[in-house]
Unconditional design. Structure first.
Length: 149
C-alpha cells in the first residue's frame, strides 16, 4: 500500500495532512515537522534538543514514540477521502538502540488499508551527518472515523 519510495502525495492530500498536523499540539510542543508526505508513507523529523532528551542525553522514547504514532496515522490518512480521519487503536514499539544523532526521523508506512482498520509499520531512525541508524520499530492499528468539523 505504501509508495515504495516513489512520488509525493497530490496537493490536496498534502494540504489536508499539513493542516491536520498543524492542529496537533503535541507535535508543535515537541518541535516536530513533516518532512515527507507520499501515498501511504509519511516522515516526521524531530531535532535532538535538551527539551526532548532523557537523563542520559538520548532523545526520549516518549518523544520518538509520539512522532512514530503520528507518522503512521498520517500515512493512513493519505489513502483516505477528505471525509475520514483516524484514531490510534494500539501500537507497539521496540526500542533497539539509543536515539542519537542531530535529529530523529519517524517513518510510518501503511501495510494494509481497510474500511475500518488500517495497519502501519513504524520505524524511527537516528540521523547524524546523513547516516541513518534504526532506533526503534513497531506496528500500529488505526481506526477510521468520520471527519470532525
Amino acid at each position: 500500500m505504501e509508495d515504495g519510495g516513489q512520488g509525493q502525495a497530490d496537493a490536496e492530500v498534502r494540504e489536508r495532512i499539513e493542516a491536520s498536523f498543524a492542529r496537533q499540539g503535541l507535535m508543535r510542543h515537541l518541535g516536530a515537522r513533516l518532512t515527507r508526505v507520499a501515498p501511504g508513507c509519511v516522515h516526521i523529523a524531530l531535532a535532538a534538543r535538551p527539551e526532548v532528551t532523557q537523563q542520559h542525553g538520548y532523545v526520549h522514547a516518549g518523544a520518538t514514540s509520539a512522532i512514530a504514532d503520528s507518522a503512521g496515522g498520517f500515512a493512513a490518512l493519505t489513502l483516505f477521502p477528505p471525509d475520514a480521519e483516524v484514531l490510534t487503536v494500539e501500537y507497539k514499539i521496540n526500542m533497539m538502540a539509543p536515539a542519537t544523532g542531530d535529529h530523529v526521523e519517524a517513518v510510518g508506512k501503511v501495510l494494509k488499508s481497510g474500511r475500518t482498520l488500517t495497519i502501519c509499520r513504524l520505524e524511527v531512525f537516528g540521523i547524524q551527518d546523513g547516516q541513518r541508524s534504526l532506533v526503534s520499530a513497531g506496528q500500529q492499528t488505526l481506526f477510521r472515523i468520520a471527519a470532525t468539523g
